[in-house]
Design a protein around this ligand. Sequence first.
Ligand code: GP9
Ligand code: MN
Length: 652
Amino acid sequence: MDFKRLKIPLFILATFLFGIKTYIIYRFMFNMELENKMQEFILIINPFVSAFLIFALSVWFRKQSRQMKFLRYTALIGTLVLYFNLVFYRSFNDFITVPQLFQASNMGDLGSSILTLIEIYDVLLFLDVVIIWYLSKKKPELMTVSYQKSGKVFALAMSFLLLAGNFFLAEMERPQLFTRAFDREYLVKNIGLFNYHVYDAAVHSRATTQRVFADGNELPEITEYVEEEVKRDEKSPLYGIAEDKNVIFITLESIQSFVINNDVNGEEITPFLNSLVGDESTYYFENFYHQTLQGKTSDSEFLVENSLYPLSRGAVFFTHGGNEYNGLSEILGEEGYHSAVFHANNKSFWNRDQMYDSLGVDHFYGEEAYEVNQENSVGWGLKDKPFFEQSIKYLQSMEEPFHSKFITLTNHFPFELSEEDSSIDKYDSSSSTLNNFFPTVRYMDEAVEQFFDQLKEAGLYEDSIIVMMGDHYGISENHDRAMSEYLGKDEVTPYDHVQLQRVPMFIHIPGHEDGKVMSEVTGQIDVKPTLLNMLGVSAENDIQFGNDMFIDDRKGYIGLRNGDFISDDYISTSGVCYDRETGEPVEAEENEDPSAADQSEAENRTGNQPDSPCSPIQQKVEKEMELSDNLIYGDLFRFIESAETEDEQNNE
Ligand code: GP9
Ligand code: MN
């Protein structure tokens, strides 16, 4: 018998061994949640796809010794990459990112505890390397392949085909996986650790290049614009009203304003929040818009912390988490506030762990700060009621004044809730998403009501202001048919769609007596200047694109991140200008000048005609977003910081 005919090329064997090992690590050593069979399947195939992609490159080496050496070292390096991630994961419950590699503090933390993170059985993870090493040294003649060019090309084509298949399934399982850049765990689960590292490095290098070419010369244009177009001299009547009070900010997940003072099956949806509308200690903003895009909750957090726009692609928390910022938390920190975020989800979600550092948040109570079990969780994790219950003790332990943020979770797509927890019935329409939405909104409303009581019991209520804000829409355009049924309309028009981007915004000031419903057009970009003024903090040199919501002399428009906007008089969406009150399209004024028809350059990107009343505002919205983007891409705050420190040094 000719053994040579039976030979298994080493690159195939290595793919097999390395693939199995990687799968075992993914499945049993990283604590990754698999929600369905498709995710299980993707997790099984991606280790083999990645291994084949690398090992199959070896066929291009003609010399036996080179081919063997390549396989030996790639197996070793691949294993080390896996292993470093595993050790890192054991400590941080997260995967390594390029910026983290350079974050001395993180690695320092790891250094001291490294011995406790290593297990004896970890040696087994190097078993395949030993086998590959042995065979490549001892039996190279049996393990080497010498393909014709066509064979090599075939192996390469095969690699790309497998990779494309893997990406296709991943994108099917998680639409916009790459552009939304959700979470490292999702990326690793779907495309594998190695492809994740390539992706992470690409995102990082793009950000770094833009950063490298920025030198601060872009700043004057931005500061001048803000000075002329955004800043207002008017002093808010509420300036300093909450001086030295604690701030309790609650992010209401996926709620939209249409549920406020509305009912479903004859039942009130949000009785507690409704009781605050028109309450004398509360300001309720009925025309307040979310301005988020792909970064969803994290985009809303970004807007509130910075009064800058999130990015049009990806989540800025993810792509520019290491930037210098002048966050609300940091500014308040300088005023003696202690800041903390409470959110019972994995810390790496939306890269919060890193971004909160950049924003100057002192402490992040993530999932591990909570007792989470099957009984007290649903859908995305810990239910809102136990979340607030368990948070109170931490809040009580904080030094005052504090600036705290609570991020709720139960009212998140797909809006799951048990019968027991549902106080109202589901809606009945063709969209199960919309049907399920109402009971979870009610649950969140009850959770918030309980939290108010707990704050009172804990003696924290009187000395605090409580801000509650919807983060982004919960019901997307895909449910327009069911939505029109619920709203009792023939259809959801583009104008209605913009109006559905309103989210509730409450500012509750215990003891205050002038609260009312505010009808001004406002948005998430306005939260930072509003809060700072209420707390009596004037951040004179901060670059903000929003206005205090309590002053009359405001910019007069809110830009949504897709380029649409709402002004006092108009709503512009997809280049069509509507009257804000009536929802009727506004005709462009008759233009006598025939050359106007050629002014396509003057026509702005979203298509408003130059003579449309929406056009001048559209141009401002676009300019503003461009400047805000430049600030982020160039990481320009670092130049302001350094200018300030230089000043300080000169003064000394
Ligand atoms: C996850 C939570 C929800 O931690 O903030 O994220 P979302 O999908 O709404 O952005
Ligand atoms: Mn959200």
